[in-house]
Design a protein around this ligand. Sequence first.
Ligand SMILES: [Zn+2]
Length: 379
Amino acid sequence: MNNHAIQINDTTLRDGEQSAGIAFNIEEKIAIATLIDSIGVQELEVGIPAMGQDEAESIKIIANLGLNAKLLGWNRANLSDIQASIDCDLERVHISVPVSDIQIAAKFGNQRQLVLDRLRDAINFACDRGLSVSVGGEDSSRADESFLLDVAQLVQEWGAFRFRFCDTVGILDPVTTYSKVRQLVSHLSIPVEMHMHNDFGLATANTLAGIKAGARSVNTTVNGIGERAGNAALEEVLMALKCIYKIETGIDTKRLVELSQLVAKATNYRVPPWKAIVGENAFAHESDIHAHGVLQNPDTYEPFAPEDVGCKRRFVIGKHSGRHLLLSVLQKYGITLSSAEIKSVLDAVRHHSVQIKRSLTIEELLSLIPQGSQLITDR
Ligand SMILES: [Zn+2]
């Protein structure tokens, strides 16, 4: 593993907001940008300045918040887009061009040379105005590999500081990602950035494969929001880097749950309970075998401590719970039960949780305890 520094370039406010059905207002954008910045993310893609006046105004406000992170605007390869970024007071621009034949046919009439001409002009325009320029190959994963390499090498020559490898349609797997990114990295001196979509649920895995292949920057979104099935999730990439690859990014992961909830509220979409890292079930234990193990030693069934992401461990009583967990929960209420009572309470818990199709609240559990059981010592 190449233990180089990995830079996070979070695009919650650009690709994330492009999700169908999501629209942030300016207060939400400011709150999200400020929190992501405060945990130490190094770079934020804050929107598309050419999208219109409202978008441009909010980007300009964010650009003038005095954040520590570098801010980037997303542009097509045309001069008016770049000018719109300049007008928003941005000092970094990302310029995206299609690189696969299927995209070039649809957008540039099949003319690869036209793509290159427009890109060169846009880079020159931006560099002449003192901007730092990142370039992205849209649909890099389906591009002809030699053309992709030509584009990347040319943009390096023309002054771009980074090349973004985009799996725009999310069709890669980690093995293929590794070999494609390795090829780019080995022929470029500028860093490669990963931009992975999650159409097959592989965005985070592919991002990690790209890092193994030598990519030094990654695009993420909070909760993995984004076009269609979304992007690589910030919280997944950060915790995988930290716990699996032992790479320190310098980012404070203890506020990831808080950040996840802020973005969930702004998107008006609840985080699924099984969402990796930040879902409400990520540290919930109901089954007796797991709960018993975790009560002995949390490492038995938890990959890292919940506090590392600002979460709390929860034990819940439900259909799969057994004696150990029940007694442990009731102990907190000063309740002990006889063996016969334990069996009858567990039977009642199972019956009730199937009926209500969830685990029980503590009040529901206590209502199943036989009268007179409280504060009776073990019999
Ligand atoms: Zn994207």
